[in-house]
Design a protein around this ligand. Structure first.
Ligand SMILES: Cc1cc2nc3c(=O)[nH]c(=O)nc-3n(C[C@H](O)[C@H](O)[C@H](O)COP(=O)(O)OP(=O)(O)OC[C@H]3O[C@@H](n4cnc5c(N)ncnc54)[C@H](O)[C@@H]3O)c2cc1C
Length: 361
């Protein structure tokens, strides 16, 4: 561990041996050796022992472990950003520019900014994980994606051994995808610059997604105020209630989950028409590049909603969520996921793609 000048100042970085790797699936996982970065300034990252650890392609990056399946329970070399400050860079009557370090919990940032009356992140309430992992798959919920609010991302380029600032356009944000994901292993995200609004958007509060119109109406009944008077914090709290009614609580223990386990498949318009002819009730949503079909609906039609096989199963409340009830290994879990994919493939000839990162080597 690096020596510190004062006992109250945490070391800029720390080494841990045989460190447990927390993950919301609650699968057993440990790192033989882990580097924890409490600071992400160039001076720290350029220290030879830090830089050489980061340069090694075998060093794996983890955040809060809410989007990983530890198929392999022992990982040799890891790094995690623990630096978790955030601050306002500039603010006027219309907008707020802020910066958040990668180790901060995304949900904490959502709540802190919503509590200050700033609009923009409230729909992302209750998504687990860190700010640093969020650009990776461009986390999103209820029609909002993190990429919509990003100004830039500062990342350590592990190929070049230097900090780079990527402006939003260079991040290549797409549905659950980004440059950081396509160039996986290259970037260690250090901090994210965001732009929020000091005023509500024109359609405030947004209710287009299932369950939201009812939830806003319930808020209106309880508060006796018009929906337009809803604060961003009240909206974030409402999203929390809606999510917890159908998703497992990631702060609680078992059952563990990694959230939505599969991407919603996107098929061509022609294929979507053929599927709709064969399955008249199939929900379909036009998106860039084709027609999106909810993977949860496909799993439900395969009669797997609520299906349990020993220590693993499909959630009763949300068919897109695969659960771990305790005692399973990562391999068992992945075999079960393969079984779900097989059933959907047989029924619809659609290939489901696994969303979380599977740690297999
Ligand atoms: C109950 C539940 C609900 C969820 N709901 C949603 C949702 O609504 N929308 C959504 O989009 N996602 C959702 N997720 C998925 C998950 O919350 C996100 O993918 C989250 O961003 C993962 O963050 P993490 O810190 O846990 O990352 P980890 O799981 O630790 O890592 C995920 C990936 O990010 C990489 N990574 C982590 N930190 C960094 C970094 N600093 N720099 C570079 N790469 C990094 C890792 O290498 C890995 O590839 C949900 C998950 C759960 C368990």
């Amino acid at each position: 561990m690096k020596a510190t000048d004062s006992s109250r100042t945490p070391a800029a970085w720390e080494w841990h041996n045989d460190m447990p790797l927390e993950n919301t699936l609650r699968l057993p996982a440990r790192a033989s050796r882990a580097l924890i970065l409490n600071r992400v300034d160039p001076e720290t990252l350029e220290q030879p022992e830090v830089a050489s650890w980061l340069a090694d392609p075998a060093t794996r990056i983890f955040g809060g472990g809410s989007n990983v399946v530890f198929v392999r329970s022992q990982v040799e070399r890891t790094v995690r950003v623990a630096a978790s400050r955030w601050w306002v860079e500039s603010e006027d009557a219309d907008q707020v520019d802020l910066v958040a370090e990668a180790g901060l919990g995304l949900d904490a940032l959502v709540r802190e900014t919503a509590a200050r009356g700033w609009f923009g992140l409230e729909a992302l309430a209750e998504i687990p994980g860190t700010v640093g992992a969020a650009p990776m798959q461009n986390v999103g919920a209820y029609g909002v994606e993190l990429g919509d609010r990003v100004r830039w991302v500062d990342a350590w380029d592990r190929h070049e051994g230097a900090v780079r600032r990527l402006e939003r356009d260079a991040c290549d944000f797409r549905y659950r995808d980004s440059r950081f994901k396509t160039e996986s292993g290259r970037w260690l995200i250090l901090r994210v610059g965001l732009r929020l609004s000091a005023k509500p958007p024109a359609d405030w509060p947004p209710t287009a997604y299932p369950g939201l119109a009812e939830a806003v109406a319930a808020w209106q009944d309880k508060e006796g105020r018009p929906p337009a008077a809803m604060s961003p914090l009240a909206y974030a709290q409402m999203i929390t209630r809606v999510r917890l009614a159908k998703l497992p609580d990631w702060r609680a223990g078992l059952p563990g989950s990694a959230g939505s386990f599969f991407h919603n498949p996107v098929v061509s318009t022609l294929r979507a028409q053929a599927l709709a002819d064969r399955w008249p009730g199939m929900p379909q949503f036009p998106v860039e590049g084709g027609i999106k079909i909810p993977a949860g609906w496909l799993i439900e039609q395969a009669d797997l909603r609520g299906y349990r096989d020993g220590a693993v199963g499909v959630s009763e409340r949300h068919a897109l969520v695969l659960q771990h009830y305790g005692g399973a290994t990562g391999e068992t879990f992945l075999r079960f996921a393969e079984y779900v994919r097989d059933r959907v493939r047989t029924l619809f000839d659609i290939e489901l793609i696994v969303e979380p990162e599977c740690v297999t080597d």
